[in-house]
Design a protein around this ligand. Structure first.
Ligand code: VG1
Ligand code: CO
Length: 581
């Protein structure tokens, strides 16, 4: 192939957010839009690192992925990349990409040093919906802010990019290596099925035999909903072939370019079919719900965990996994190096860390901050309230890993009851037992999607301004509800990375109450239009007689305060949030 230099000019708005660049497909399809961003990334990595490299290019298979993969292959060839690894049909979950970077070796011993992941995660897909792209580094984790800042700077000055225009499109449906000859030598594209690498890794972490035994018991029933995302490409292999689940346990496990028209976000609002099956919907499907249910998002890094007629909050989920990991999961049998959560995630994990005497870290939202801790051997298990849970087996959150972690805990707790006449220890039993031991963190998140960006900014400025006088805040709070604790402090969360000392500012506005309750306000960094305001509300209850309340009811005084303190309706014109989780 030949290399052509194409002239281009900067395009506005290519700043990567919490997890890459996410825009409407029609924005990505503008001339040079994708190319500018990809070249800005190559330039940020520096030409020396790009030349001769092996890169992974794949994603959740959403609409426009097939075109994008071919463009990136041609640009990689022209930039001197030696090899591109592509998942069959461009499919590779975000956790599988991380695993492939860390674990896979090519036939000649080659190792990947980075990846372009093509996904907008939980955002809908299709010609009128979202596409996205992010870059992951040599450790398998998202590029740190120092790199994403450089990428953004580069998008503002870009003048040209090289591309191998005459390189034929590679058939991404056929497994195998295609080789080309370029001006600087050989260039290979290898198509493979990443499920092999991913299954191998999962088997090295969990005791598949004990999970298989659990799944074979008539007492234990299971349902998994991939919401037509890329998790479907792994679910059959793992749950049915390896662990012996019934075919009928799999819902929406065929990956689709538009996620079947749905919103591939595993929560009580969007995972409607699963929610109905689990007996949690407005109209249940009838019949006895399964004992255990789970769902994934588009790129399969998120998970939702459900019991029969029972919802497990993601903040509780990570705390429960941490509390049981050493006993239930072979990978952790020698202990946990530490645990971490994102700032808005509830403090349920903090209580476990304290009780088990574990190192504990609170980081800003987004997975990139956990990676440094893990690389330094300081963290084993971590999670976010946004349905993200994971461990140091890779450097991304991992939806299927979380399901296997829960299955391991269930298998462990039911070791003796699985064959005999004793009752199954259910998901709900495990959670209630956890609350009885550690106390319960009532928790909810309100999302106001696609509000006017200017108004959202004003609301945040208003909340920061209020923070200058805590007595004034308390006067307002007490005027709204007299039955809540005092606000003891308020700030904007700032994080100093304990490994590299880098500082991240403006990571969310916090109001902290004397009894441990919290209100947190943030603007989303993953939307593609307008602004999304996230409001996180949390209250800690240690009194065992008060841990069984309905969470929206328990939190209603704090919700009232949050909405009035922030003047939510006044600024946004919204009387109710778009989604409550
Ligand atoms: C959201 C979540 C955050 C998560 C991020 C990426 O970010 O709140 O916890 O890490 O999505 O997840 P934001 O900035 O919109 O709040 V994913 O599954 O979209 O890669
Ligand atoms: Co995701």
């Amino acid at each position: 192939f030949k290399v052509t230099l194409v002239s281009t000019s900067p395009i506005d708005g290519q700043k990567p957010g919490t997890s890459g660049l996410r825009k409407k497909v029609k924005v990505f399809k503008q001339p040079n839009y994708l190319e500018n961003f990809v070249q800005a990334t190559f330039n940020a990595l520096t030409p020396e690192k790009v030349k001769g490299a092996t890169l992974v290019v794949s994603g959740d298979g959403r609409y426009y992925s097939k075109d994008a993969v071919q463009i990136i292959i041609k640009m990689a060839a022209a930039n001197g990349v030696r090899r591109v690894w592509v998942g069959k049909n461009t499919l590779m979950s975000t956790p599988a990409v991380s695993a492939v970077i860390r674990e896979r070796s090519g036939a000649d011993g080659s190792k990947a040093t980075g990846a372009f992941i093509l996904t907008a995660s939980h955002n809908p897909g299709g010609p009128t919906e979202d596409f996205g792209i992010k870059y992951n580094m040599e450790n398998g984790g998202p590029a740190p802010e120092s790199i994403t800042d450089k990428i953004y700077e580069n998008t503002k000055t870009i003048k040209e990019y090289p591309i191998a225009e005459d390189l034929p499109n590679v058939d991404v449906s056929a497994i195998g290596i295609t080789s080309f000859e370029g001006p600087e030598g050989k260039f290979d594209v290898e198509v493979f099925d990443s499920a092999d690498d991913y299954v191998k890794l999962m088997k090295s972490i969990f005791d598949f035999e004990s999970i298989r035994k659990l799944l074979s018991s008539p007492k234990f029933t299971f349902c998994y909903d991939a919401l037509h995302g890329v998790a479907g490409a792994y679910a059959h292999r793992i749950f049915v072939e390896e662990l012996g689940a019934q075919e009928s346990a799999l819902l929406n496990c065929v990956p689709k370019e538009d996620f079947g028209g749905g919103h591939p976000d595993p929560n009580l609002t969007y995972a409607k079919e699963l929610v109905a099956r689990m007996g949690l919907g407005k109209s249940d499907t009838g019949g006895e719900p399964p004992e255990f249910g789970a769902a994934a998002d588009g790129d399969a890094d998120r998970n939702m965990i459900l019991g029969k007629r029972f919802f497990v909050t993601p903040s509780d989920s990570v705390a429960i996994i941490a509390a049981n990991a050493i006993e239930a999961i072979p990978y952790f049998s020698s202990g946990l190096k530490g645990v971490a959560r994102s700032m808005p995630t509830s403090a349920a994990l903090d209580v476990v860390a304290k009780s088990l005497n574990l190192k504990f870290f609170e980081v800003p939202t987004g997975w990139k901050f956990f990676g440094n801790l893990m690389d330094a051997g300081m963290c084993s298990v971590c999670g976010e309230e946004s349905f993200g849970t994971g461990s140091d087996h890779i450097r991304e959150k991992d939806g299927i890993w979380a399901v296997l972690a829960w299955m391991s805990i269930l298998a462990h707790k039911n070791k003796d009851s699985i064959d005999g006449d004793t009752k199954l220890v259910t998901v709900e039993d495990i959670v209630r037992q956890h609350w009885a031991t550690y106390g319960r963190h009532y928790y909810t998140r309100y999302d106001y999607e696609n509000v006017d960006a200017g108004k959202a900014k004003e609301l945040m400025e208003h909340l920061v301004k209020l923070q200058s006088s805590i007595p004034e805040v308390n006067k307002i709070v007490k005027g709204i509800r007299s039955d809540v604790a005092n606000v003891s402090s308020a700030d904007e969360f700032e994080y100093k990375d304990p490994v590299d000392g880098s500082i991240s500012k403006h990571q969310g506005i916090r109001y902290l109450f004397e009894d441990g309750s919290r209100l947190v306000f943030r603007l989303s960094g993953t939307g593609s239009e307008g602004a999304t305001i996230r409001l996180y509300i949390e209250q800690y209850e240690k009194d065992a007689s008060k841990i069984g309340r309905e969470s929206q009811e328990a939190l209603s005084p704090l919700v009232d305060i949050a909405l009035k303190l922030s003047k939510m309706e006044e600024f946004t014109g919204r009387s109710a949030p778009t989604v409550i989780t």
